[in-house]
Design a protein around this ligand. Structure first.
Ligand SMILES: [Zn+2]
Length: 279
């Protein structure tokens, strides 16, 4: 396996601007993957997903999925937790039908709860989601994401611990979120190398061989993430991320969520190719 780089959703220059058109465009641009963004809701139906799978296979593009943003497995309201579960399951089912290997989501908010209690709640929910998908023969990776704000569940240690404790659950590492969450830290080669070493130590080598990641420019403050930025306007040290990924032989899917999707994904792809040819 190699590291594949791609866009979070359909490239702006895709024609037509459909998932299939997006996959073809990503392939034309010399990239290797695309994330299907179900960020508002899961509109795609399974028969359509089967067509997407055919196109992706023909183009040699691997797919990942982002489940809707409206997920909070720690909501005070039971119906909201149930709706959150359904949103993740729906994204996982349609994603699996489309041949996607991984579905990522922002698992929960802490509210005023003790972080350990939120962890236990999220773990129970994740175990249940995994059991349901396993019963259906759905092997998509469930990937809670490292989140961009201190109010959101999703530190590196929480996400890695869930991955340790539940089979079929793995981390989605959003480097930009970590940078924003810490109000500007997490932006050096050493920080990224330490993170990868931590994953390796806790989970073994295999998760680094198929790691789901997000990387783009980001604006932030003391409360964490504000919005995504284009690389030239952001302080995100993406070259240091890429250098660490190369040194630790990380492969999998690196998804760029920039406002100029394919332009910044291309910057990553070019930098990755250049840095790799040096080693
Ligand atoms: Zn996300």
């Amino acid at each position: 396996m190699s590291l594949r780089i791609g866009t979070a959703g359909i490239p702006h220059s895709a024609k037509p601007r459909s998932t299939e058109g997006g996959i073809k465009r990503v392939a034309e641009l010399g990239m290797g993957c695309m994330e299907i963004e179900f960020v508002r809701s899961v509109q795609m139906k399974e028969p359509r997903a089967a067509k997407v799978k055919e196109v992706a296979e023909a183009e040699g593009i691997e797919l990942t999925v982002h489940a809707p943003y409206y997920v909070n497995l720690n909501s005070r309201e039971a119906d909201k937790v149930a709706a959150s579960r359904e949103r993740i399951l729906k994204a996982a089912r349609v994603g699996w039908a489309a041949g996607a290997q991984s579905v990522t989501f922002h698992a929960a908010f802490y509210h005023d709860d003790a972080h350990g209690d939120v962890y236990s709640k999220v773990r129970r929910e994740m175990q249940e989601l995994r059991r349901i998908l396993d019963d259906e023969g759905n092997g998509i990776d469930l990937r809670p994401e490292t989140t961009g704000s201190p109010t959101q569940f999703g530190t590196v240690s929480e996400i890695v611990k869930l991955s340790q404790e539940i089979d079929g659950v793995y981390p989605c590492i959003d480097f930009s979120h970590l940078h924003a969450r810490t109000n500007g830290e997490y932006n050096t080669y050493d920080a990224f190398a330490e993170l990868l070493e931590f994953i390796q130590k806790e989970l073994g080598d295999e998760p680094l061989r198929r790691l789901h990641m997000h990387l783009s420019g980001i604006d932030y403050g003391p409360k964490g993430e504000k919005k995504h930025l284009v690389f030239p306007e952001a302080d995100m040290n993406y070259e240091a991320v890429l250098e660490a990924l190369i040194d630790y032989h990380v492969s999998g899917w690196l998804i760029c969520e920039s406002p100029v999707l394919e332009d910044d994904a291309q910057i990553l792809q070019d930098a990755y190719n250049r840095l790799r040819s040096k080693t």
